[in-house]
Design a protein around this ligand. Structure first.
Ligand code: UDP
Ligand code: MN
Length: 604
């Protein structure tokens, strides 16, 4: 910096010696230029540094509860806030296809980063699709992706001639052109032609202009790609059924319209689906909603659901983990599927009752299908050898006629009433707004299917398919655990499923699921989302339920004792009434902060 000033001074001195006015004028111009340049550079620098230290911009967008862990797939999807589909963007902007690939962008599944000034327009457009459309439009629809399979999966050999054939069904409502076409192209590029009978696109009443003739022109010259159009917005169930009805392949293979499949994805799905008793899902990887980078998701996950019936990814059971390590290329069972991506033999799909046509727009159909499959003699599995990227979105970009809550709740009410038996009563009791919708749903034909197929009950499902579940049962105590001083053991609002330090919270009413707990025979204190109270380092914490003995609290009179003889204690905090005070395990004393009242609440 010092040298730089010296040079400038020298320049000024030499200029002063020649024609004075001219020199001053040129000096002023140089100075203005220099100041401008420095201002611009420091602004870009400032913004870059500011953004490096901050969450990415899209994190500030409003979304409810759901959370995609960047490290993997810890907790995700299930409860959406409907989007505003573009807000105040111009019609011309919304209806035009802006696909303009840049050489090399996103190749190999790499992220595409925008410049600071481009981010501003990308942000405005984000709400259209709930992903970064500017980035998507820059990446070739034929982009390359790495082979995501593990070594052991690459070694598996398939007899292509003897595998069943597939009809790939992709339904969409107002999807971006580039994202949809990249889904189609990835399937065409990476599926052996002998296996791929057809790709059926089903347009669920999209109103974006570029999804009309422009889409038809794009698929015209592709082999075996068809398009069906629904004139009314039917929702994903109705649209998938339209596709399934005309499919000619042996296996129906459903994909969302914002996926990219990788090398070798279809063979393991078709091989397993051939056996006619299974709904088989690929291992779903993450396509970033911001950069479209392809990222591996955590190896060990399976699907289940919370007390509120929100779909969740969780750690599989120990048994599954052991089998996975012994045989890493083998498909493994999952209590539920995420719903967007799976394969099933066409005959099995129809034999088990297709989809529930009473389900509208979006949501709950994945749970209904999973329960039906398991309870009616089939299975739901994930094959680690088929790897497909999917853009997980933080909120749903579509319009939901009547509102997102009404749509989702009516679907949930249907699924619960048909399949969940006593646990349907539990669900309706603690979700009165869903219960209010229940009676308007006629599910007679679905109950008929359950009877005709002699399906097992939900108790069997919980005990056999998901014995690690955290729902109340008749064998488990259910209710509130209140401290003598005040306050109840409960999970403070936060990211569902991620846990954290435990404190007491206000005891609320009998219907507040946040302070209602399951207390198991072996001494686990369980909350919704599969969290267990654990003796932590200094402070008690909410952690995913495991076999850890630090999650055992034995009831000794009015006390809860750890296996090493400490008492659960409400720490003396700032509060008058005990609410908000931390929980910990301490030496047992004659102290009312160690006295707990078990207030039973009927769970159904
Ligand atoms: N979809 C549809 N009609 C609707 C809602 C959704 O055809 O009314 C399609 C959507 O375009 C997507 C699939 O159904 O291809 C699944 O929806 P989405 O991706 O929003 O669900 P998520 O993956 O977020 O659970
Ligand atoms: Mn999706």
């Amino acid at each position: 910096m010092f040298e730089f000033t010296m040079v400038i001074k020298k320049q000024i001195r030499s200029l002063m010696c020649r024609g004075r006015k001219k020199k001053i004028a040129s000096l002023v111009i140089i100075l203005i230029f220099l100041i401008n340049a420095m201002f611009y550079v420091s602004l870009e620098l400032y913004n870059t540094i500011k953004n490096r230290n901050k969450d990415p911009w899209y994190k500030s967008l409003r979304y409810e509860k759901d959370y995609v862990d960047k490290m993997g797939m810890r907790v995700i999807v299930g409860h959406y806030v409907g989007g505003n589909s573009g807000g105040n963007l111009s019609q011309e902007m919304i209806n035009t296809n802006h696909y303009a690939p840049i050489d090399g962008a996103g190749e190999g599944g790499r992220p595409v980063q925008l410049l600071q000034r481009e981010i501003i327009s990308a942000r405005d457009l984000y709400s259209l699709h709930s992903y970064n459309i500017v980035v998507s439009d820059r990446i070739s629809i034929n982009r390359s992706l790495p082979d995501m399979r593990s070594e052991s999966c690459r070694r598996v050999e398939y007899d292509l001639e003897n595998l069943p054939t597939a009809s790939v069904i992709i339904v969409f409502h107002n999807e971006a052109w580039s994202t949809l076409m990249r889904t189609v192209m990835s399937v065409l590029l990476r599926s052996p032609t002998v296996l791929l009978k057809e790709i059926i696109l089903v347009d669920d009443a999209s109103d974006r202009k570029y999804l009309g003739k422009e889409l038809e022109d794009a698929i015209e010259n592709l082999n075996n790609v068809k398009i069906l159009r629904s004139h009314n917005r039917t929702g994903l169930v109705g649209a998938r059924l339209m596709g399934a009805r005309i499919a000619v392949g042996d296996v129906l293979l459903f994909l969302d319209a914002h996926c990219e499949v990788t090398q070798g994805w279809i063979e393991p799905l078709l091989e397993r689906a051939g056996s006619d008793d299974v709904f088989i899902c690929p291992h779903i990887d993450l396509l970033s909603d911001d950069t479209l980078a392809y990222t591996k998701s955590i190896d060990a996950h399976w699907g289940a659901f919370s007390w509120r019936l929100h779909f969740r990814w969780l750690m599989p059971s120990n048994e599954v983990m052991i089998n996975k390590s012994k045989n890493p290329s083998k498909p493994y069972p999952t209590p539920a599927m995420a719903g967007g991506l799976f394969a099933v033999r066409k005959s099995l799909f129809w034999r088990l009752g297709g989809y529930d046509e009473g389900m509208v727009i979006w949501g709950a159909e994945n749970l209904e299908l999973s329960w039906r499959a398991w309870q009616c003699g089939a299975r739901v599995e994930i094959t680690p050898c088929s790897r497909v990227g999917h853009i997980f979105r933080r909120h749903s970009p579509y319009k939901y006629p009547g509102g997102v809550a009404k749509v989702l709740n009516s679907n949930l009410a249907r699924a619960a009433s048909v399949w969940m038996d006593e646990w349907a009563d539990f669900f309706f009791k603690f979700n009165p707004s869903v219960a209010a919708i229940r009676d308007s749903q006629s599910v007679g034909d679905r109950i008929e299917i359950r009877k005709n197929l002699h399906c097992k009950n939900f108790k069997w499902y919980l005990e056999n398919v998901w014995p690690q579940h955290f729902f109340p049962t008749d064998e488990r105590w259910f209710g509130r655990i209140r401290n003598d001083k005040g306050g109840c053991i409960g999970v403070t609002a936060g990211t569902p499923g991620l846990g954290g330090p435990a404190s007491s919270i206000s005891c609320g009413s009998d219907l507040d699921l946040d302070r209602l707990l399951v207390y198991t025979v072996e001494g686990k204190v369980m909350a919704d989302e599969g969290l267990c109270l654990e003796q932590g380092n200094g402070r008690a914490v909410w952690k995913t339920c495991t076999e850890n003995i630090k999650q055992i609290w034995q009831q000794k009179g009015p006390r809860l004792k750890t296996l090493d003889g400490l008492c659960l204690t409400l720490v003396n905090g700032d509060s008058e009434d005990g609410i908000g005070d931390p929980l910990t395990a301490k030496r047992c004393l004659n102290d009312n902060r160690q006295i707990w009242h078990f207030e039973r609440v009927p769970w159904r």
